[in-house]
Design a protein. Sequence first.
Length: 135
Amino acid sequence: MKTRTIITLTTALVLGLILAAGVAMAGPAKDTEVSSADLVSAKISYQGRLTDGSGNPLAGSHNLLYELWDAPSGGVKLWEQTTSGVQVQEGLFSAQLDVNPEHFAGQERWLAITVDGQLLSPRQEILPAPYALSL
């Protein structure tokens, strides 16, 4: 069985979540109303590159399991989401993950990914976008 590896293209994904958390904590201005349509979505984008054990890019449809952890190994699993039939072209894939904004309150987080039943290693640290650091 070929070993699959992943190289993260971008993991600065939590800007929207941090903005949403900031809006929720600050609350709306007293003289304006905020409707649910005005709130930022609780999704993060994730992009990656999948290869086989020889470094050849994967292609086709793959099932991916994403798990959010509070540590680089061991720790507590905070969330998971499965996406079936993810299209991978020349090793590249993209996903929209529905996460809980409460899991992103300034603590370190790591994303574990399983491809077609095979856990990739190591977990990927989720880093903030530079603008989000000021919030």
